[in-house]
Write a protein that binds this ligand. Sequence first.
Ligand code: NAD
Ligand code: IPM
Ligand code: MG
Length: 348
Amino acid sequence: MTAHILLLPGDGIGPEVTAAARVCLEAAASRAGLSLSFDEAPFGGAGIDACGSPLPEETLQKARASDAVFLGAVGGPAWDSAPQRPEAGLLGLRKALGLFANLRPVKVMAGLEDFSPLRPERVRGADLLIVRELTGGLYFGAREEGRERASDSCVYTAEEVTRIARVAFEAARGRSGRVTSVDKANVLATSRLWRAVVEDVARDFPDVALDHQLVDSAAMALVTNPARFDVILTENLFGDILSDEAAVIAGSIGLLGSASLGADGPGLFEPIHGSAPDIAGQDKANPAGAIASAALLLRHGLKQAEAADRLEAALEAQLRAGPLTADLGGDSGCAAFAEKVAAHAAQA
Ligand SMILES: NC(=O)c1ccc[n+]([C@@H]2O[C@H](COP(=O)([O-])OP(=O)(O)OC[C@H]3O[C@@H](n4cnc5c(N)ncnc54)[C@H](O)[C@@H]3O)[C@@H](O)[C@H]2O)c1
Ligand SMILES: CC(C)[C@H](C(=O)O)[C@@H](O)C(=O)O
Ligand SMILES: [Mg+2]
């Protein structure tokens, strides 16, 4: 059986890290005897340029028909004054595929603590998973644009909170068994609903320890004592902000990958970073987050745990051996780094 992967390279460094992820996917799959086919479609700014829409209808149809979708990145100054933003395509795709659960793992590997600008003893042992709600909250509430007045509304239903909370508790069962639910319940009504619903869901998971933390204090704890966290469960905007902050624990935003999953249908796999216009087209991007996302695609999208383990081990081997990309103080190019990971994956 052949698994069909749709690649959405997107904008800026998106095409560079997508090419890197593809090379690694091919190596890991071929070693596992898994057959993959690849197709590519315009998306984001590239979709606006090619078809006048950040999420062209044909791209969406191809995504629906695929087994998994891989995205590089979207956005950039070229479209800042366009009538539509490339980012609208990403939100549209997440919504259209029902991808309510965004998993963003952050791990400091033993011996690689000095990637982080934080003190090594602070980040040692950090291994956490951010479970971010992805199709609700401020991102999808009614919006009013204007120069005199503007508004964004934040809405959550009990059903939306229940389903993402269940994902977090299930994930905690396979990890250290702790969920920290992050909210702003001292101010926001949506956060008070969030907290009450998470308490309800917790009753079905007596083996998982639950605590609640306000987002401002969680933001501080994340960089002062990251090892205190196992699973962080949070809403859409808080999860967006906390996951870029968590990149500091790992050492670079170029290191983190993500999986966006729905109840059924194909998942979307993408690094957490953006299109990095400042380094685009220079072979300078760190492809590690894209490669980590490719491993998540194998694990969650195609249920190929062995191939995923192999690719993660290959990435770790290359991060240990170097040379690294410029964001981690090295002189490797993006493509060369990926070739080396692929070579490890083919041998391992
Ligand atoms: N999922 C996505 O497609 C996504 C995510 C975030 C931002 N964006 C968009 O990307 C554009 C640029 O956003 P931004 O500058 O705020 O964030 P960004 O993540 O693109 O870049 C922030 C900084 O991190 C660096 N960086 C990012 N990825 C890197 C990598 N793989 N290797 C080395 N360095 C890397 C950049 O060079 C930059 O200095 C905006 O249009 C934004 O909306 C898209
Ligand atoms: C590009 C943007 C819409 C997106 C988000 O805010 O979800 C990005 O920052 C991310 O983290 O995936
Ligand atoms: Mg973000």
